[in-house]
Design a protein around this ligand. Structure first.
Ligand code: HEC
Ligand code: HEC
Ligand code: HEC
Ligand code: HEC
Ligand code: HEC
Ligand code: HEC
Ligand code: HEC
Ligand code: HEC
Ligand code: HEC
Length: 409
C-alpha cells in the first residue's frame, strides 16, 4: 500500500535540475537516490516535507549503499523497504524514540510507547493485525508535514477524514463489529460545526477525546473526565448529582448517557424529554424531578425571551433602553448559570437562581413599561401643543389676509 508514490518513473535526472529544486540543493546533492527516484511528484512531496527541511535524506530511512551510484544501492545489507506495519513503526521509532535525536527539535519521544497502549498498537503488536493504523496512515509517508500544519492530515480540521479512511469503511469495520458511522455522526455534532464550519480549534476532534497515539475509547469511568477537560463547570456540578455515585461504580456512563458521544447537539430542553426516559421510563419520582427542573428552566427561558423581545421592540422605536439591556444581561447570566446548575438535579440549588433570573426579568419589564409610559405621556403632551400651533397658524393666516385686504392688495 502506498499513497504517495503512485507510480515510479525511472528517468535519469539531471543533477542541475535537482540542484535547482527550491532551496533543497543540499539534500538533493547528497541524496543520490533522487537520481533515479526523480518522479516530479515524489521529489516535490519529499522535498517539501518536515523531514527534508530538517536535512533527513532517503538513506536515513531506507538505508542503501552510500557509495553506489546505481541500482546496486539497493543491495546493501541495511537497505529496507518496509513491507509491514511493524517494520514501519521500527523505522520511524529509530529517530522518534531517540531522545538525543529529537531533543534539538523539542519533540517528545513517546509516540511508539504510547501507540503500543492503543487499540491500534495492541492489535498490531499483539495479533500482527496489518489493518490497524500505523504512523504513516496518520502522518503520510514521504510528504510528512509538521503535525499542526494546515496541509497535514493531523491538522484538527483534517483529522475526521484521516480516521474516516478506515473508520468509515463499512467492510473493514464490520470485521471488528465496530460502527462505521462514527465520522458521519461526528459531522452532525455541534463540536464538528464549531471546528469545521467556524474554524474553532478549541472544539474537540477524534484525537482530542481518544488520544492520538494512545487511541482507545475512554473507559466508562473516564468518559466524564474527557468532557470535563473542557467543560470544567458542568463536570464539577455533575459530580454533585445523584448520578455521580452510580457513575463511579460503572452503573452510569457520565455525560454521554444523556448527550451521546459523537453526535452531541447543542443542548436544549428537548434533552429532558429524550434522555431521562432511557433509564427512568417507569420511575415516577425521577420523572417528577425532571418535570420540575425542566419546568423551571422553560419558564425562566420563556420569560427571558419575551423580555428580550420587548426590549428589542422598544429599542427599535427609539427608546433609550440602556438600563434595561443591562438588566437583561443580568437575567441572561442567571439563566446560563441555571442551565449548568441543572446538572446537579438538585432543585433547592436551582430555585434561588431561577428567582434571581425572574427578578431581573421583572425589573427589565418594569423599566420598559416606564419608558413606554413616558413616551405615551410625551405623545399626549404633544396634542395640546400641536392644537395650539394649528390655532395660532390659523389666526396668523386670518390676520395676514385682513392686513392684505386693508392695504388693498
Ligand atoms: C521518513 C522516512 C522515509 C524517508 C525519508 C523516505 N522514505 Fe521512502 N518509504 C518510507 C516508508 C515507510 C515506505 C513504505 C510505505 C508503505 O509501504 O506504506 C517507503 C516507500 C518507498 C518506496 C516504495 C514505494 C512503493 O510504491 O512501493 C520508494 C521507491 C521509496 N520509498 C523511495 C524513497 C526515496 C527515493 C526517498 C528520498 C526522496 C525516500 N523514499 C525517503 C519511508 C521513507
Ligand atoms: C540507478 C537508479 C537507482 C538508484 C540510484 C536508486 N534506486 Fe531505488 N529503485 C530504482 C528502481 C528502478 C526501482 C524499482 C525496482 C522495482 O520496482 O523492483 C527502485 C526501487 C526502490 C525501492 C522500492 C523497493 C521495493 O521493494 O519496492 C526503494 C525503497 C528504493 N528504491 C529506495 C532507494 C534508495 C533509498 C536509494 C538511495 C540509497 C535508491 N533507491 C537508489 C532505481 C534506483
Ligand atoms: C491514529 C493516528 C496516529 C498514529 C497511528 C500515529 N500518530 Fe503521530 N500524531 C497523530 C496526531 C493526530 C498528532 C498531532 C497531535 C497534536 O495535534 O498535537 C501526532 C503527533 C505526532 C508527532 C509530533 C509530536 C507529538 O508527539 O505530538 C510525532 C513526531 C509523531 N506523531 C510521530 C508518530 C510516530 C513515530 C508514530 C508511529 C509510532 C505515530 N506518530 C503514530 C496521529 C497519529
Ligand atoms: C532519520 C531520523 C528520522 C526518521 C527515521 C523519521 N523521522 Fe520524523 N522527523 C525527524 C526529524 C529530524 C524531524 C524534524 C523535526 C522538526 O523540524 O521539528 C521529524 C519530524 C517529523 C514529524 C513532524 C513533527 C512536528 O514537529 O510537527 C512527524 C509527524 C514525523 N517526523 C513522523 C515520522 C514518521 C511517521 C516516520 C516514519 C515513517 C519518521 N518520522 C521517521 C527525524 C526522523
Ligand atoms: C489504517 C486504518 C485506520 C486508521 C487510519 C485509523 N484507525 Fe482506528 N482502528 C482501525 C481498526 C482496524 C480498528 C479495530 C481494532 C480492533 O478493535 O481490534 C481500530 C480501532 C480503533 C479504536 C478502538 C475501538 C474499539 O472500541 O475497539 C479507536 C478508538 C480508534 N480506532 C480511533 C481512531 C482514531 C481517532 C483515528 C484517527 C486519528 C483512527 N482510529 C485511525 C483502523 C484504523
Ligand atoms: C467528544 C468526544 C469524542 C469525539 C470528538 C470522538 N469520540 Fe469516539 N468515542 C467517544 C466516547 C466517549 C466513546 C465511548 C462510547 C461508549 O463507551 O459508549 C467513543 C467511542 C468510539 C469508538 C468505538 C465505538 C464502539 O461502538 O465501540 C470509535 C471507533 C471511535 N469512538 C472513533 C472516533 C472517531 C473516528 C472520531 C472522529 C470522527 C471520534 N471517535 C470522535 C468520544 C469521542
Ligand atoms: C477540547 C474541548 C472539548 C471537549 C473534550 C468536549 N467539548 Fe463539548 N464543547 C466544547 C466547546 C469549545 C463548545 C462550544 C462552547 C460551549 O458552548 O461551551 C462545546 C459545546 C458542547 C455542547 C453544547 C453546549 C451548548 O451551548 O448548548 C455540549 C452539550 C457539549 N459540548 C458536550 C460535551 C460532551 C458530553 C463531551 C464529552 C463526550 C464534550 N463536550 C467534550 C469543547 C469541548
Ligand atoms: C443511563 C441511565 C440514566 C439516565 C439517562 C438518567 N438516569 Fe437518573 N439515575 C440512573 C441511575 C442508575 C440512578 C441511581 C439508581 C437509582 O436511584 O435509580 C439514577 C438516579 C437518579 C435520581 C436519584 C434518585 C433517588 O432516589 O435519589 C434522580 C433524581 C434522577 N436519576 C433523575 C434523572 C433525570 C432528571 C434524568 C434526565 C435528565 C436522568 N436521571 C437520566 C440512571 C439514569
Ligand atoms: C442526566 C442527564 C445529563 C447528564 C448526565 C449531563 N448533562 Fe449536560 N445537559 C443536560 C440537559 C438536559 C441540558 C439542557 C439544559 C438546558 O436546556 O438548558 C444539558 C446542557 C449541557 C450544556 C449546555 C448548557 C451549559 O451548561 O452550558 C453543556 C455544555 C453540557 N450539558 C455538558 C455536559 C457535560 C460535560 C456533562 C458531564 C460532566 C453533562 N453535560 C452531563 C443533561 C445532562
Amino acid at each position: 500500500m502506498n499513497l504517495f508514490l503512485p507510480s515510479l518513473i525511472y528517468r535519469r535526472a539531471s543533477a542541475a535540475l535537482l540542484l535547482l529544486a527550491a532551496g533543497s540543493w543540499l539534500v538533493a546533492a547528497e541524496d543520490f537516490c533522487l537520481n533515479c527516484h526523480d518522479h516530479q511528484k515524489q521529489r516535490e512531496q519529499f522535498l517539501g516535507s518536515a523531514h527534508a527541511q530538517a536535512g533527513v535524506i532517503c538513506r536515513d530511512c531506507h538505508g542503501g549503499d552510500a557509495k553506489a551510484k546505481d541500482e546496486t544501492a539497493h543491495l546493501a545489507a541495511n537497505f529496507q523497504r518496509p513491507d509491514n506495519k511493524k517494520a514501519i513503526a521500527a523505522m520511524c521509532a529509530r529517530c522518534h524514540s531517540d531522545v538525543r535525536r529529537m531533543n534539538p527539535y523539542g519533540l517528545p519521544t513517546d509516540q511508539l510507547d504510547r501507540y503500543k497502549t492503543s487499540k491500534h498498537g495492541e492489535q498490531l503488536f499483539g495479533s500482527n493485525d496489518q489493518k490497524v493504523a500505523i504512523c504513516t496512515d496518520c502522518h503520510g509517508v514521504h510528504n510528512i508535514f509538521k503535525v499542526r500544519s494546515p496541509q497535514s492530515p493531523t491538522h484538527p480540521t483534517n483529522i475526521p477524514q484521516t480516521c474516516g479512511r478506515c473508520h468509515s469503511d463499512a467492510k473493514l469495520m464490520a470485521g471488528y463489529k465496530l460502527p462505521s458511522d462514527v465520522v458521519e455522526q461526528y459531522k452532525t455534532s455541534y463540536h464538528a460545526h464549531l471546528l469545521l464550519q467556524k474554524g474553532d480549534l478549541s472544539a474537540p476532534t477524534c484525537v482530542t477525546c481518544h488520544g492520538n497515539h494512545g487511541a482507545r475509547p475512554p473507559g466508562v469511568a473516564e468518559v466524564s473526565q474527557v468532557c470535563g477537560k473542557c467543560h470544567v463547570r458542568q463536570a464539577e456540578l455533575f459530580g454533585k448529582s445523584p448520578h455521580a455515585e452510580p457513575a463511579a461504580v460503572g452503573l452510569f456512563g457520565g455525560c454521554i448517557s444523556c448527550h451521546g458521544n459523537h453526535g452531541i447537539q447543542k443542548a436544549s430542553l428537548n434533552l429532558f424529554a429524550e434522555a431521562c426516559v432511557k433509564c427512568h421510563a417507569k420511575d415516577a419520582k425521577q420523572l417528577g424531578v425532571r418535570d420540575q427542573i425542566a419546568g423551571l428552566l422553560r419558564q425562566t427561558t420563556t420569560d427571558y425571551e419575551s423580555a428580550t423581545a420587548k426590549v428589542r421592540e422598544a429599542t427599535r422605536r427609539g427608546l433609550a433602553t440602556d438600563d434595561e439591556q443591562l438588566q437583561l444581561q443580568e437575567a441572561h447570566t442567571h439563566l446560563t448559570q441555571l442551565e449548568a446548575l441543572q446538572h446537579t438535579l438538585a432543585i433547592p440549588l436551582l430555585q434561588p437562581v431561577a428567582v434571581r433570573a425572574e427578578t431581573a426579568v421583572k425589573e427589565t419589564l418594569k423599566g420598559v413599561a416606564w419608558l413606554e409610559n413616558v413616551e405615551n405621556w410625551k405623545r399626549r403632551a404633544l396634542i395640546p401643543i400641536w392644537a395650539f400651533l394649528v390655532v395660532m397658524a390659523g389666526l396668523f393666516a386670518a390676520k395676514r389676509r385682513q392686513i392684505d385686504k386693508r392695504e388693498g392688495k
